[in-house]
Design a protein around this ligand. Structure first.
Ligand code: ZN
Length: 570
């Protein structure tokens, strides 16, 4: 266990609080999952990477975590898409659940303990609706069941919205059968051509919000530690869940509500209607999934992430830099390790590390504890102590190239540095199960794809450049190098050969001195992205009208209109 208290920002209390689980050593955590009707996009990647980091960190702290993440597999959007494709809705959603799981696997998000689907939990959902009706907090009308917000005085507590600000009928068509326009559907009467399930109120299907209340109660009981999701789920989804769960069970108590920030592009929120969103697949075809993960973790989870190709390039370069340092260390240490084992481990006594390595390891360890325990500041670790440790590893590797520097303490220092880096990367989910060289090759393959070149193309350009230099055609040889670096391919002249590695594409006018010089001196350090943490805006005060029609996902300062459809956590 770490020495620091683990502080988390709680949307309910709007402050950072010390994390204290309800049961010692155990954590129950429910994260709202995807509506499976299409490929998942970068907003999903952002949410599930953020909560994967939380899951991994809680486990690192020694907690046994029961992590539940649902699949919405019954929903208007799924039915609409299935009708368009002439496919069974559950078959379509089943297909996209699997695509989502493949994306999560690529992004190194650990599988949750339970991944319940709505269609498998109709009994729990119907039972909870019956309970809410019994408690007089819901009413049925012509086969629909609505939650009565007036019967739940704490309604609006999570989002900070107020029912008295409700101005029903103002420019918004309200279902006249609702007692209050803010009332929302728990059960929807079936319409022709839709999948339906029997219920005491007639055939139909659940409203969107009730599934999470029912499934969290099923796997975590009504009282658990963490409920999370994208910031756009605070209202109406989580506000409604909070109301349903408390109405159904007076003991219901969720300690911490955690929400991740949006993904923006040019500081505008991404959305399908604006056409400025990307699927995870779109991105991972061109960038390594670890680069996407690294990019998302380079900003604090509650701040908006501004999506840009240049930031993805920087993240990709950082991942390459990291794996290159690990690969070089492994190579440099392999001979040393062989020699040690040939000696039969006789000299295996603990060697003193260099003071530089000792300080660096201590700093990485301490910074990791401090930054992670402060509401998961992954960004500060990546751009700070981890980067410094990698730089020291590269510096040690350089000095180990000289015979007289090859002291056992130098080797042992490198071993210790590598171990510490691996541990931190493992907790952050950045350590691949592939070998270092495999990851480097995967990064190179994608760099070639982005450059529109093949390995053979690059090799023949290198040969062309060698020939040009032999012929003293320096302008030509320089141009080859410049053209390649503009495409994200950096050439490195070693003593007897020229090799290449991916780089952030260099704009030619910015090239003052050859890239190769930087690379050779191990100075090709990834630029540090600027990360600005922003506190979550306070909840707005606006009308509490609930629409039956889906509206576009909106930011936290929008009117209080309740879509019955899942909105995209982008
Ligand atoms: Zn949910």
């Amino acid at each position: 266990m770490a020495n620091q208290d683990f502080m988390v920002y709680n949307t309910l209390t709007k402050q950072k609080e010390v994390f204290k689980p309800k049961l010692p050593g155990k954590v129950g955590m429910y994260i709202c999952g995807v509506t499976a009707y299409d490929f998942s996009h970068i907003g999903h990647a952002r949410a599930y990477v953020a909560f994967d980091v939380l899951y991994r960190y809680l486990q690192y702290l020694g907690y046994e975590v029961n992590y539940v993440r649902n699949f919405t597999d019954v929903d208007d959007k799924i039915i609409r898409r299935a009708n368009e494709l002439g496919e069974d809705p559950l078959k379509l959603s089943g297909r996209f659940c699997q695509e989502f799981l493949d994306d999560m696997n690529d992004l190194q998000c650990l599988p949750p303990t339970h991944q319940p689907r709505v269609s498998d939990h109709m009994d729990e959902i119907r039972d909870m609706i019956s309970q809410i009706i019994r408690k007089d907090c819901a009413y049925s009308v012509e086969g629909d069941v609505y939650f009565a917000v007036d019967k739940f005085p704490a309604y609006g507590r999570l989002s900070g919205r107020k029912t008295e600000d409700n101005r029903a009928g103002e420019r918004i068509a309200v279902d006249s059968r609702k007692r209050n326009p803010a009332d929302f559907a728990l059960w929807k009467a079936s319409k022709p051509g839709e999948p339906s399930w029997d219920s005491p109120w007639g055939p139909g299907r659940p409203g969107w919000h009730i599934e999470c209340s029912a499934m969290s109660a099923r796997y975590l009981t009504s009282s658990f530690d963490i409920h999370g999701g994208g910031m756009d789920l605070i209202f109406p989804h989580h506000e409604n869940e909070y109301a349903q769960s408390c109405a159904a069970c007076s003991d219901s108590n969720i300690s911490y509500w955690m929400h991740n920030g949006f993904v923006t592009e040019n500081n505008e929120k991404m959305s399908k209607s604006l056409g400025n969103f990307f699927t995870i697949r779109d991105i991972t075809k061109r960038y390594h999934p670890l680069a996407l993960r690294y990019f998302l973790m380079s900003t604090h989870y509650r701040s908006p992430v501004n999506y840009s190709i240049s930031q993805l390039e920087i993240a990709s370069d950082s991942v390459y830099y990291t794996y290159q340092a690990l690969f070089d260390s492994e190579k440099a240490l392999s001979t040393f390790r062989e020699q040690q084992s040939a000696k039969g481990g006789k000299n295996a006594k603990a060697e003193r590390l260099t003071s530089e390595a000792q300080n660096c390891i201590k700093k990485l360890h301490t910074d990791f504890q401090i930054k992670m325990s402060d509401d998961l500041h992954t960004n500060d670790i990546l751009n700070g102590a981890l980067l410094e440790t990698l730089r020291l590893m590269n510096k040690s590797l350089e000095s180990l190239k000289k015979k007289k520097q090859q002291q056992p303490s130098q080797f042992h220092s490198l071993i210790a540095l590598e171990q510490e880096v691996r541990e931190v990367m493992n907790i952050l989910g950045l350590l691949s199960s592939s070998t270092y060289s495999e990851v480097l090759q995967q990064l190179k393959d994608r760099a070639l794809k982005r450059a529109g070149l093949t390995e053979e193309d690059v090799v023949s350009l290198i040969e062309e450049r060698v020939q040009a230099r032999k012929n003293r055609e320096y302008e030509k040889s320089d141009q080859i190098r410049l053209d390649l670096s503009a495409k994200g391919i950096a050439l490195m002249d070693l003593s007897n050969e020229t090799i290449w590695r991916p780089c952030v594409p260099v704009e030619q006018e910015h090239l003052v001195e050859p890239v190769t010089t930087h690379v050779l001196q191990n100075k090709l350090v990834p630029p540090v992205s600027k990360c600005v943490e922003q506190e979550q805006p306070a909840g707005p005060v606006s009308p509490l009208v609930q629409l039956e029609q889906p509206v576009e996902p909106v930011g936290p300062v929008s009117p209080l209109v309740q879509p019955e459809q899942p909105v995209e956590p982008v």
